[in-house]
Design a protein around this ligand. Structure first.
Ligand SMILES: Cc1ncc(COP(=O)(O)O)c(C=O)c1O
Length: 424
């Protein structure tokens, strides 16, 4: 960080500021002692941001390239393309499949998408001109039900857009076999699953592209931000063109310079496809570089704390946590739970207790999207029933999980649950 004078003094001041303001301040600002998320950035990330500001290199620049390179090394993929959010990553992944210049699929081709997910996953496929066929999920795993997936395949089906919800990997053995059998392209939404693996392979590496979110509460945080990983240079090139206006400027080895000259085109403004502007800033990438150094420790702590909490849940009659496939190694995003159908209390009863006790709760993302007001304009959402999603919609909820939480805090969380489940 060569651009900040007296960096040691500044680092010292920031350390004192953060010591006094981080956890305590967040607790004072909210009624929750156990909020969904707490900021995981510290002095290094702030200095990186200041470094970009002081060098006047705030837009996508060298730090983005460096973060993309290091992310690929961590992920074990051939290329990574950073964008400004996980939703933008989903949008580009779908447009990688369907775009006018280098299409893998055709407009109107069918894509299977789980009905319980973050809605931008569904919108992305629709906005790319693909026909979304929603598929029911299992309330036991929160993930797509493989039998339902097979039942949903029609002659028009050409792709599957998976999501590994809450950091719990889908059954990639069965799904890749199904995709091969029916000649389907796979893309993966890993926005909640950075670091999760199936048979030792990181999720995101099973198909044409994998997407990640770096929003607050996610495994790695760049404030807003996201990443698409892919396995070929051509796809990385196509994604970079889609990321920025359809131009070729951010692509290595711009070919065809002579042809451009003949057309009277300046290579800096040469458009090869349609596109968006979903570029990240170098300020975000600087955050990413710092966070990537901590990711192994963060993820270990996430799984350790989740293990402590789920051990308690496994002794409970009326609550359950997601089942994990024997070949899967989850990397928990949060602590999702299902209230048993026969329980003597409702989901609202328990979430009200938790909220009053200072524990923030949320439903399992959108629940059944076909029950949301927006579905009125999409009749295809209503074509079939989604009983698995309905169960999650009615009886599922989650609480946060931060790598900055401690075992003592999880013990306190358990005592809040115990006070509700087994009052003395
Ligand atoms: C499964 C899933 N997909 C996509 C997204 C979108 O990511 P972002 O909020 O960065 O746009 C999220 C966000 O939480 C998510 O959980």
């Amino acid at each position: 960080m060569r651009n900040i004078p007296n960096i040691d003094k500044l680092a010292g001041v920031l350390e004192i500021f953060l010591e006094n303001h981080s956890r305590t301040n967040q607790a004072k600002d909210t009624r929750y002692w156990y909020p969904l998320s707490i900021a995981t950035y510290d002095v290094q990330e702030i200095l990186q941001a200041l470094d970009s500001l002081c060098s006047f290199r705030t837009t996508m620049w060298e730090k983005t390239l460096e973060f993309e390179r290091r992310y690929s090394a961590y992920q074990g993929c051939s290329h990574s393309v950073m964008v400004n959010s996980g939703s933008s990553a989903d949008l580009l992944a779908c447009h990688l499949l369907a775009n006018p210049v280098a299409p893998i699929l055709q407009p109107g081709d069918e894509i299977l998408v789980p009905v319980v997910t973050w809605p931008t996953q569904i919108w992305s496929a629709m906005m790319a001109g693909l026909k979304v066929r929603l598929v029911d999920v299992s309330p036991r795993t929160l993930n797509v039900d493989v039998e339902e997936l097979e039942r949903a395949i029609t002659p028009a089906t050409k792709a599957i857009f998976l999501v590994h919800l809450m950091g719990n990997p889908c059954d990639m053995g069965a799904i890749t076999a199904l995709a091969q059998k029916h000649n389907l392209v796979i893309i993966e939404d890993c926005c909640e699953a950075l670091g999760a693996e199936f048979k030792g392979v990181k999720v995101g590496n099973f198909g044409v592209a994998g997407t990640f979110s770096f929003f607050f509460a996610h495994h790695l945080v760049t404030m807003e931000g996201g990443m698409i990983v892919c396995q070929t240079e051509q796809h990385a090139r196509d994604l970079k063109i889609l990321r920025a206006h359809g131009w070729v400027r951010n692509v290595d080895g711009q070919e065809g310079k002579e042809e451009l000259a003949q057309r009277g085109i300046d290579p800096r403004y040469a458009f090869y496809n349609w596109g968006f502007n979903v570029r990240p800033t170098d300020v975000q990438a600087g955050f990413g570089l710092c966070q990537l150094e901590k990711i192994e420790a963060f993820n270990q702590q996430r799984n350790k704390l989740a293990g402590q909490f789920f051990e308690f849940i496994d002794t409970q009659k009326w609550l359950s946590r997601p089942e994990v496939h024997p070949d899967a190694a989850p990397c928990w995003f949060a602590l999702p739970l299902m209230v048993a159908k026969e329980a003597p209390f409702t989901r609202s009863d328990i979430t009200r207790h938790l909220e009053l006790a200072g524990v923030e709760t949320r439903p399992v993302v959108a629940g059944n999207i076909a029950r949301h007001p927006v579905s009125e304009v999409f009749p295809a959402f209503k074509e079939r029933a989604f009983p698995g999603a309905d169960e999650i919609h009615e009886r599922g909820f989650y609480i946060g999980l931060s790598p900055l939480y401690t075992e003592a805090e999880i013990s306190r969380l358990i005592s809040v649950f115990t006070a509700f489940l087994s009052p003395s």
